[in-house]
Design a protein around this ligand. Structure first.
Ligand SMILES: [Fe+2]
Ligand SMILES: [Fe+2]
Length: 190
């Protein structure tokens, strides 16, 4: 009985030992979370009365717009979510929620930039905390719910073709190395 059930798992899951779109996107989350952590710490400093470190915030906004949104969210929306939406049996709710949260993140980012330009501490604090809180829980949901669901729902062939499309996106996106260095620097920034 036990042998039979193990055999079933090994043969039914084509994705075993294979990288999935969810694996790649989860690895990108590690870099995004480094910047989210730095943003939260900087927010806390400003809240305690520190001067606004404008270059830090502009750098964070650039990372958020370029790496987190233009690169990472574009892969999710244009490739993974597309495949999930093509699957008639996959529930539409989780993808809808993720798309909505991407939109809210863009709005927080616009507000953060506007607050910096207006030197509006209150609005800067609200948008920075809003973005950091949103992204932390958004990433947690993707890592623990959506990606495991997508690993189950999308078979090996689709995973392979998504990974190929990811590679194409990666080739076109210049500056990955620079953004990863920035994330690393932000991780240790206190
Ligand atoms: Fe996302
Ligand atoms: Fe994500």
């Amino acid at each position: 009985m036990i042998i039979l059930s193990i055999k079933k798992i090994l043969t039914s899951d084509e994705v075993i030992n294979m990288r999935t779109a969810g694996n790649v996107l989860s690895e990108e989350h590690v870099h995004i979370l480094k910047v989210v952590g730095a943003l939260q710490r900087e927010h806390d400093k400003v809240e305690r009365g520190a001067a606004i470190d404008e270059p830090f915030f502009y750098k964070a906004i650039d990372f958020i717009r370029s790496y987190a949104d233009h690169f990472h969210h574009a892969k999710e929306e244009g490739i993974l979510f597309r495949e999930l939406n093509n699957k008639p049996t996959f529930p539409h709710g989780p993808v809808k929620v993720m798309l909505h949260e991407h939109e809210i993140g863009r709005e927080y980012t616009r507000n953060m930039e506007a607050a910096l330009k207006a030197n509006d501490r209150k609005a800067l604090l609200a948008s920075a905390a809003g973005y950091a809180g949103l992204l932390a829980q958004h990433i947690h949901k993707e890592n623990t719910i959506l990606f495991p669901m997508s690993d189950q729902a999308l078979e090996g062939k689709i995973q392979e073709s998504m990974l190929k499309e990811f590679t194409e996106v990666e080739k076109k996106f210049t500056g990955i190395a620079g953004y990863l260095t920035m994330a690393k620097e932000f991780e240790t920034r206190r």
